[in-house]
Design a protein around this ligand. Structure first.
Ligand SMILES: [Zn+2]
Length: 211
């Protein structure tokens, strides 16, 4: 499903910000948090950096899509790194364009391969219904790790909202409803598949992609 944002859709926004990294042109391929390999890396941070207004426009459309679904939540969590800017923009758009008021924003910080929230922010999360936001959804590994933090902190992850689901189209992840502004599956390989018939079998350099 493609939602237009003014004249800019998600794919165009990424293309215009040079945020679709083609490993073929760069002589490399990408490793994700899930352990999957791919020739394509979507770099949402490029969109934030090159086109802050486009980034904000995409997030506004994401907020409207979540709002239209009537999903109730009282805290927004941005998954580091790409989800941080989205979480803040989301909260501002929600406050200015709906009756829902200002909601707090917490960052799920990166810690090696895991995520954590700062101890002072744990009080904010306590007994709150949480909306998690991120730029890209691949296999959901980063989001699952993030969501695991909240029950321990007394919070309840309700839904996940992303700009681009590049994995299999899904409507649920764990118990969370999944809302994607744009869905286009991009090929990935497991480590074993890649070693057998993918770029790894041709000794193409492997570099870290995002989440
Ligand atoms: Zn590989």
């Amino acid at each position: 499903m493609i939602f237009e944002v003014g004249r800019v859709n998600v794919r165009e926004a990424f293309h215009d910000a040079s945020a679709i990294h083609d490993g073929k042109k760069r002589g490399e391929h990408y490793l994700f948090a899930s352990g999957l390999h791919s020739m394509v890396f979507l770099d949402g941070e490029n969109v934030h950096e090159i086109s802050p207004t486009v980034s904000s426009g995409l997030t506004r459309r994401l907020m409207e899509t979540v709002d239209d679904r009537g999903i109730s939540f009282d805290l927004i969590v941005g998954v580091a790194n790409g989800g941080i800017v989205i979480a803040h923009d989301f909260s501002k758009h929600l406050a200015t364009m709906t009756e829902r008021g200002v909601l707090p924003v917490v960052t799920a910080q990166k810690n090696g391969t895991g995520h954590y929230i700062r101890r002072v922010a744990l009080d904010l999360v306590m007994s709150k219904d949480v909306l998690i936001v991120d730029d890209i959804l691949t296999a959901g590994t980063s989001v699952r790790r993030t969501a695991q933090v909240y029950p321990q902190a007394g919070g309840n992850p309700i839904a996940l909202a992303v700009w681009w689901n590049r994995g299999k189209p899904i409507s649920k992840l764990e118990d969370m409803e999944v809302i994607a502004l744009y869905e286009e599956e991009l090929p990935t390989l497991t480590r074993e598949e890649c070693a057998e018939r993918g770029p790894c079998s041709r000794k193409v350099k492997l570099v870290h992609g995002g989440g």
